[in-house]
Design a protein around this ligand. Structure first.
Ligand code: AMP
Length: 501
């Protein structure tokens, strides 16, 4: 019987000895190992009582075997449910209650706590070195497994959104959501068997798990697998890689590394950035230092990848490129839902085989986020320019409404970022009794720069309409970010909530 995603992986697999995952110390897991280890793990899942459609919640450190567990779930017809390793037990309790997994796989250090909140689910362990009770059970299983029958629309995974407002929601991703997007990216970014991806992203998030891993798998390529991002280690391994995918923070940190030179990156084929906005300055500095234009793309947990700057052709800084083949994007008026012409800012909506099946056990939320014609309302505000490139101006919930006027934080941030002595900035709206919200800027000053709040405010006069100018500016050393490098504006809003109180 067919298993939509794994059949595709198998059909595109190179010979058994070809490496799939290579550890920095030289240890490798080949495509042959992949088949055998994922079969044994799938056997262990079945033995633990997991049946097709069951959720398998996984909160573990990054390891090759954790990825094998993802493939084992696909093969057993289970729904892989990865969870950020940083989530606390209290947070896990919500996910376990909502997803009702049949099995929870966790780090041994967490086992006792999780057993107490497991609600009858089996609990097994997998540690940072890829060992634990689950692997012990898998050891006795055969190297062959009869894959569960799964069609294109069956669920392969549920990924909970990061939930910066309200409870996070489980995005249901089907076999074909993952397969179709990975196939598109393999072609679009020209991945082939000789590619070696430098993989330093976490694997509980769509970027490292699906964009990175599925692209490598469906290209029959290999990846250098780092437990986490470390600039020294990335530079040490760069000579063995051909491509890298990262969040903007990776690129900022590497620019601080003396080893980043044109020579050190001359052999590289592609640098991809996503998950958060890449500053135009970072794009330009990277080009100057290395001769490579970073390729920025745009996606989200619910939709996989939507747009990408071109492989050949202009990779325009500050844009996320046109929609990928097979994906449709449009901009609509957030109030009326009417389609807007090129150049106008509104809600970004997308439709395509990449877009998820809805929110887990939340039909109301699903219904409210989709249009009748199948477009998904992303929650991101942006515009599409005359050349068809998408520009993101921020999350809809970050839009500031001050005295009845809309202020797009990105516009103010771009002006501030262009000032000498500024590294970056975040512009937020804070509750204000006269204006509703007051524009407020939090600015990171360059080391040694002589810049204060007054200088920033003075510099913006004449550059921005008065209603867009910040009413207060705060100078800080750094902005709060989550593990994917996203600036946490909700944290900033809480930190500065008192300002106009
Ligand atoms: P996540 O679901 O955690 O992947 O977050 C998705 C969100 O990240 C999107 O809705 C965007 O707000 C943001 N995002 C992803 N890629 C980019 C990008 N290249 N530029 C700006 N924002 C991005």
């Amino acid at each position: 019987m067919a298993n939509h995603l794994f059949d595709l992986v198998r059909a595109r697999m190179p010979a058994g000895q070809s490496p799939f995952i290579v550890h920095p110390d030289g240890k490798a897991l080949s495509y042959g190992d992949l088949e055998a280890v994922s079969a044994r793990l799938a056997g262990a899942l079945v033995a633990a009582g997991v049946v097709p459609g069951d959720r398998v919640a996984v909160q573990v450190e990054k390891s090759a075997n954790a990825l094998m567990l993802y493939l084992a779930c696909v093969r057993a017809g289970a729904v892989f449910l990865p969870l950020n390793a940083a989530y606390t037990l209290a947070e896990l309790e919500y996910f376990i209650g909502d997803a009702e997994p049949a099995l929870i796989v966790c780090d041994p250090s967490r086992q006792a706590g999780i057993v107490a909140i497991a609600r009858g689910a089996a609990v097994e362990t997998l540690d940072a070195s890829g060992e634990g009770s689950l692997m012990q059970k898998a050891q006795g299983m055969p190297d062959l497994f009869a894959d569960a029958a799964r069609g294109p629309d069956d669920l392969a995974a549920i990924l909970y959104t990061s939930g910066t407002t309200g409870r996070s929601k489980g995005a249901m991703l089907s076999h074909d959501n993952l397969a179709s997007n990975a196939l598109t990216l393999v072609d679009f970014w020209r991945f082939g068997r000789s590619d070696v991806l430098l993989h330093a992203l976490p694997i509980f998030h769509t970027h490292g798990l699906f964009v990175g891993t599925n692209v490598v798998l469906l290209a029959g390529a290999s990846m250098l697998f780092l437990p986490k991002f470390d600039a020294d280690e990335v530079m040490r391994l760069m000579p063995r890689a051909t491509t890298m995918m990262g969040v903007p923070t990776f690129y900022v940190r590497l620019l601080d590394h003396a080893g980043l030179t044109r020579e050190a990156t001359a052999h590289m084929r592609l640098f991809v950035s996503g998950s958060a906005p890449l500053l135009a300055d970072t794009h330009r500095d990277w080009s100057q230092r290395t001769g490579h234009a970073i390729l920025e793309r745009y996606g989200m947990t619910e939709t996989n990848m939507n747009t990408s700057n071109p492989y050949d052709g202009d990779r325009v800084a500050g844009t996320v490129g046109p929609p990928l083949p097979g994906v449709a994007a449009r901009i609509t008026d957030p109030e009326t839902a009417a389609a807007l012409p090129a150049g106008e800012i509104g809600m970004i909506e997308v439709r395509g085989p990449n877009v998820f099946k809805g929110y887990w056990r939340n039909p109301e939320k699903t219904a409210s986020e989709f249009r009748a014609d199948g477009f998904f309302i992303t929650g991101d505000l942006g515009k599409i320019d005359e050349k068809g490139y998408v520009h993101i101006v921020g999350r809809g919930k970050d839009l500031i409404i001050t005295g009845g006027y809309n202020v797009y934080p990105k516009e103010v941030e771009s002006e501030i970022d262009a000032l000498p002595g500024v590294v970056e900035s975040a512009v937020i709206g804070l509750a204000h009794k006269d204006f509703g919200e007051a524009v407020t800027a939090v600015v990171v000053r360059a080391k040694g720069a002589d810049l204060d709040d007054r200088a920033v405010m003075a510099a913006l006069e004449g550059r921005l309409a008065r209603f867009k100018q910040p009413k207060r500016v705060f100078i800080v050393d750094e902005l709060p970010r989550n593990t994917m490098g996203k600036v946490q504006k909700n944290v900033l809003r809480e930190m500065y909530a008192w300002v106009f109180g």
